[in-house]
Design a protein around this ligand. Structure first.
Ligand code: FE
Length: 153
């Protein structure tokens, strides 16, 4: 179980940020490619963070929703959290980045990370593993994909 999943099982209220196509990709790396088990992501965040209705909200993005959890549905690979929107705002005029858009553009969005030594990119989520050799039992820390889902950059 990843840390986000663990926290969402415990907490009643949570925020959801909506990324735009032109927001700083460092925000994706900062919040998506490291775990709060290891670092406090709200310190040294590349984007302003403000506590709204008791939960931290990443500003500097397209917008956000604040939700109260009303149901949790467990599946084999994922948990679906159903939330009732209690607050939210649109912070700028832009287009939202969908997951499909991210999948199509992740190479250019994440290009700074692959400029130096050898690295491997998770074909499922775009996570970059920056070592010369990837261990056989390696599991993507973001999406759980196995080594065979990684390709060399
Ligand atoms: Fe992954």
């Amino acid at each position: 179980m990843n840390f986000t999943d663990e926290i969402l099982h415990k907490e009643k209220r949570y925020a959801l940020s909506i990324f735009s196509k032109h927001d700083n990709p460092e925000i994706i790396k900062h919040f998506g490619f490291q775990s709060s088990r290891d670092v406090n992501k709200y310190l040294n965040s590349p984007s302003e963070v403000e506590v709204i209705k008791g939960v931290p909200v990443v500003k500097g993005m397209l917008g956000y929703l604040i939700l109260e959890k009303v149901n949790t549905i467990e599946n084999d690979t994922h948990t679906v959290f159903i939330g009732k929107v209690i607050d939210g705002d649109i912070l700028k005029d832009d287009e939202p980045m969908t997951y499909a858009y991210y999948q199509e553009h992740k190479d250019e969005l994440m290009k700074d990370d692959v400029s130096n030594n050898t690295s491997y990119v998770c074909s499922v989520c775009g996570y970059i593993y920056q070592e010369d050799v990837i261990p056989d039992d390696y599991i993507c820390p973001v999406c759980g994909a196995s080594k065979d889902k990684f390709f060399k950059k």
